[in-house]
Design a protein around this ligand. Structure first.
Ligand code: ASP
Length: 333
């Protein structure tokens, strides 16, 4: 008989542990360190310990919190067989991406989950999300995953798509790593495996800005950003990666940014598909002006990747630009 697995639950806050008896608005509560009491049956899955690392609405998550979660996993990597991170849904996809870059050659599962309704509510998605995340953390899926509703996604591919559905996340450009129904079906063929020794690579540069285009945007409002202490921009462009090149053209901004050593990366407001700026003249010219493509990365995965790489490469945007198009942790096809 195989030995019982040991799991560490790292609670960071979010709706899952908030107290529904309180009248609105919901906020962090003392229930955070008692969430496992609501699922006593989880002891059948593994020996579980929990640590409340911090307890906050995930709107307050900052890069230092990503570092803290990663350090907590790294310190305990040989003690536990898997990790579940309880996290608010609002910025869970960003944290998942950050952890996926930091935890190099991860040998164990790290599964982020949360809930749309608190675990202390009668009608809650928290219990099934947590139980299934725990179950998946005992499996041979050594990735940073994000479990929600019935699917385990690669964390850096996930995107919060609904404010009120229990099925709140999607992974538009990559299939789920596992689906949970009557049976747990793991896509072994998709699961990444460590290719060397586990390593923690902490640190993020916050000199990154995400800009969302809209018809009417005046480029002169963007120009002062080039005097700010910024190193890279992720442009949420249109469709396949097009930007205005006629009236209110974005090209002078991209050209000037590039000239001043800033990196401009083109992502899309469209949820699924790969950005291919060269497909249209209105994208090709952005590339000619110096922009690079985010391919099929989510804007969140792209922005956090830039923050990570700028820290790794001492803010050398030319070096970052050369390797930005290569996958670090399966965030890019
Ligand atoms: N505002 C909450 C949070 O992100 C929402 C949630 O957990 O679902 O912390």
């Amino acid at each position: 008989m195989s030995a019982r697995k040991r799991l560490l639950v790292i609670n960071t806050g979010g709706t899952l542990g908030m107290d529904p008896r309180k009248t609105a608005p919901l906020g962090p509560s003392a229930l955070a360190d008692q969430v496992l009491r609501f699922i006593p049956e989880a002891r059948e899955i593994a020996d579980i310990e929990m640590k409340v690392l911090f307890n906050q609405d995930s709107a307050n998550v900052q890069p230092a919190h990503w570092d803290a979660i990663a350090a907590c996993v790294a310190e305990a990597i040989d003690t536990y067989d898997g990790f579940v991170v309880i996290h608010g849904t609002d910025t869970m996809a960003y944290t998942a991406a950050a952890l996926s870059y930091m935890l190099v050659n991860l040998p164990r599962p790290v599964v982020l989950t949360g809930a749309q309704r608190p675990i202390a509510s009668i009608r809650t998605d928290a219990k099934t999300n947590l139980v299934n995340a725990l179950e998946l953390a005992t499996r041979d899926i050594p990735e940073v995953g994000l479990f929600f509703d019935h699917r385990l996604f690669r964390g850096n591919r996930a995107h919060k798509v609904s404010i009120d559905d229990f099925d709140a996340f999607a992974s538009p450009n990559f299939p789920p790593l596992a689906e949970v129904g009557l049976h747990v079906q793991v896509r072994e063929d998709l699961v990444r495996r460590p290719a060397g020794l586990f390593q923690l690579q902490p640190g993020f540069c916050d000199k990154v800005l995400i800009l969302c285009l809209f018809p009417g945007l005046r480029p002169e409002h963007l120009m002062p950003l080039l005097d700010a202490d910024l190193k890279a921009f992720v442009i949420e462009a249109y469709g396949a990666g097009t930007v205005p090149v006629a009236e209110r053209s974005l090209l002078p901004f991209i050209e000037e940014a590039t000239r001043r050593g800033r990196l401009v990366a083109i992502a899309s407001q469209a949820l699924s598909g790969r950005v291919e700026p060269a497909l249209y003249e209105a994208g090709r010219r952005a590339l000619d002006a110096g922009a690079v493509s985010c391919g099929d990365m989510t804007p969140a995965a792209a922005a956090v990747k830039l923050m990570f790489m700028l820290a790794q490469y001492a803010e050398d945007t030319r070096k970052v630009g050369r390797v930005f198009g290569q996958s670090i942790a399966g965030e890019l096809t």
